[in-house]
Write a protein that binds this ligand. Structure first.
Ligand code: NOJ
Ligand code: CA
Length: 673
């Protein structure tokens, strides 16, 4: 599957003294302690000051990250405190690889690498390495601790990696350790942040946007960032284990990559594939079971309190109800039906009693075999559901049987969930404990040809490159908050921030598509959008598997449903004609292996007049655009329902005026004539 054009040039292996300021290099014109991006615009310099290892980053010679120290503090040894640079090796790499699904089909992975071989000369001498990769759109670096005499076991108490941002700016962030990242993003100066999760997105000036995150989080703790008081110097704060250590491991080990995307504008943050490139190539030989698609669910009904998860007079997951949903899916071209509340264990306070869940035994009014047979005849898949209530051990005990059961019945996508502040009553989701558990789920599911949509996860870090069966995750305030959140639901700007923050970490299972805003259970809470914006979110919020959120009766007789039920979920290419974080964003995506384009444009609480620049279309060809826009008088507060639908013939020189209502949006289907 790989179109590989790799150039690898390794040079400079002379041993170097700690004090050597500049070293001979045979790579381009860079000094040995400097490496540049392939286009030459970004540069990283490294050195040692008073024994402490540091790096800096510049763009076109202008500082982006000032002197920032690199250190790991383990019980057994310190790294970066009294360091000597033994060797710096440079190399470069260029390949283009193909994604089985994604926002782009082909991804270019092009970087220059600088590998520092280091000696720690403190009481416990140790060897380690720091590897930098410099891309045109940012940098990544990681620590490597090789196997060595006297150093087997490693108890990491702290990782003190710094990102000393050269200037203050605006940061969009959520606080660390708040209910599995289900929080609204706030803005503040970088210098006034509290401890926050990554991705951390920052605007430094009009043409400089940064996003700090991590890639390939494997057997380690997730990274958070704490500014040093009153400064823009951010330091890593790893999510601890309940016993206080951050990571318990053995050498050889590699940390996750620490990443900084450096972009001219917000759209380019979203188009960076640096995180994916820093993950390992696909480990699944045949990914054909990792199928992008759209589904509906026995889901919103429970969130609206029309139905219950547990058995009783209002049980949602009945055989009869599920068959109705399967019929609707078949009639409307949906690929699947999610059914929550089908299995034993939902009675009582399920999120506190997760170890009561059975993942193999259905409630008596849900006939799993009959339903999967029925679905197969109709060409629809059942989407499985495993809510664990955070009882990870209970889930691990049953996982093999649970996945085998689904696999035998032809179910190959399962939504998982961890509604509990702690896993197994003691560990944080983002701790090494959680990271290990979530990885086990992905790997075990893959063996059973099952794809995973994970709710209440650890923040994603691009593992879907290695395991494309990890198809989508939550880790944000999704549409469910528009059903029951006491604060009235997600405010209109929320979805104008998500693509530039949480979205940088990977696909988001947001579940847009609510058409009926009446809420008997929590009056006053509902999507703070127009219906046209619900459509546009299907393009804007990227996920390869997307559930249309509403109950099926709310789609009947609604012409705008055409957009929701036909919008693809897999793309060749993504273009961002305009974007302003928190205000508006327009995204155009080309359908995978087809000539069609789909566009979503959304705004915050203010109306927005936009002109869609169609220069993303190939020149010299005519297309028919079907526009689903906010209708006359639409306003998310008073009149969310009007949708105007019209068609026009366009080409690459067209400019389509789009008027987005307050809290509104527009969605377009563009097909070649
Ligand atoms: C929380 C999930 O985010 C939601 O989608 C699901 O319905 C409930 N947990 C129950 O599992
Ligand atoms: Ca959730």
């Amino acid at each position: 599957m790989k179109k590989l054009t790799t150039t690898l040039s390794i040079c400079l292996t002379a041993a170097l003294a700690a004090t050597t300021p500049l070293l001979q290099s045979c790579f381009k014109s860079s000094a040995a302690n400097r490496e540049v991006s392939p286009d030459g615009a970004l540069s990283v310099d490294v050195g040692v000051k008073d024994g402490r290892l540091f790096y800096t980053v510049a763009r076109k010679g202008e500082a982006v990250v000032d002197t920032s120290y690199l250190a790991i503090d383990a019980k057994e040894a310190k790294f970066g405190a009294n360091t000597r640079i033994k060797d710096i090796a440079h190399s470069s790499f260029d390949e283009t690889w193909t994604q089985p699904w994604g926002e782009e089909k082909d991804v270019r992975n092009n970087y220059n690498e600088m590998r520092l071989t280091l000696a720690e000369e403190s009481e416990t001498p140790a060897e380690f390495a720091v590897v930098f990769r410099i891309f045109d759109d940012g940098i990544g670096f990681r620590y490597e601790i090789p196997e060595q005499a006297n150093l087997g076991h490693l108890t990491i108490m702290d990782e003190n990696t710094e990102f000393a941002i050269a200037d203050d700016g605006v940061a969009w962030s959520i606080p660390w350790n708040h209910e599995y990242y289900e929080h609204l993003y706030g803005t503040s100066p970088i210098s006034r942040l509290d401890t926050v999760c990554s991705p951390l997105t920052m605007k430094i000036k009009d043409n400089l946007y940064l996003a700090i995150h991590e890639a390939n989080l494997t057997d380690y703790a997730s990274m958070n960032l704490t500014p040093q008081p009153g400064s823009t110097r951010l330091r890593t704060m790893l999510t601890p284990l309940s016993t206080g250590e951050k990571v318990i491991t053995t050498a050889p080990m590699q940390s996750p990559w620490r990443t900084v995307i450096i972009a001219d504008n917000p759209g380019d943050l979203m188009l960076s594939r640096l995180m994916l490139n820093l993950n390992e190539p696909c480990k699944i030989a045949d990914t054909s079971f990792c199928k992008p698609g759209r589904y509906i669910g026995i889901w919103w009904g429970m969130h609206m309190k029309d139905w219950t998860w547990e058995q009783g007079p209002k049980h949602g997951a009945t055989t009869e109800n599920t068959k109705r949903y399967i019929d609707f899916a078949a009639e409307n071209g949906y690929d699947g039906v999610l059914v929550e509340g089908w299995n034993l264990g939902w009675d009582g306070d399920w999120s506190a009693n997760g170890d009561k869940f059975s993942f193999t035994e259905a409630y008596p009014d849900f006939d799993l075999k009959e339903i999967t047979d029925y679905a197969r005849r109709k060409g629809v898949k059942l989407i499985g559901h495993h809510e664990t209530g955070g009882a990870a051990k209970n889930y691990e005990k049953q996982m093999e049987d649970a996945f085998a059961l689904y696999e035998n019945l032809g179910v190959n996508c399962v939504k998982t969930g961890y509604v509990n502040l702690l896993l197994d009553g003691k560990e944080l989701h983002g701790s090494q404990y959680g990271v290990r558990h979530y990885r086990k789920v992905i790997e075990d599911a893959a063996r059973h040809h099952i794809a995973i949509v994970n709710h209440e996860p650890v923040m994603p870090t691009g593992l879907q490159r290695t395991y494309p069966n990890l198809m989508s995750q939550e880790g944000m305030r999704g549409q469910e908050y528009d059903a029951w959140s006491p604060d009235g639901g997600n405010p209109p700007e929320h979805t104008c921030i998500l693509p530039f923050t949480r979205g940088l970490a990977g696909p988001m299972d947001f579940t847009p598509g609510t058409f009926n805003f009446t809420n008997k259970a929590v009056p006053g809470t509902r999507p703070n959008t127009t219906v046209a914006k619900q459509l546009a979110l299907a393009v804007v919020i990227y996920s390869p598997v997307v559930m249309s959120s509403d109950q099926i009766q709310n789609y009947n007789g609604r012409p705008e449903f055409e957009f929701l039920k036909t919008c693809p979920t897999n793309w060749d290419k993504t273009v961002i004609p305009e974007a302003k974080i928190g205000e508006y964003v327009t995204i155009a995506r080309k359908e995978r292996d087809a000539d069609n384009w789909y566009v979503g444009a959304i705004t915050n609480a203010s109306a927005h007049n936009s002109e869609l620049d169609c220069s993303f279309l190939p020149e010299g060809q005519k297309f028919k655009a079907k526009v689903f826009a906010d209708g006359e008088g639409a306003d998310y507060r008073t009149n969310p329902y009007p949708v105007a639908i019209y068609e026009q013939v366009i080409d690459s020189s067209s400019r389509i005026p789009l008027h987005l209502a307050p809290g509104g949006g527009a969605a377009l289907i563009i097909k070649k004539i």
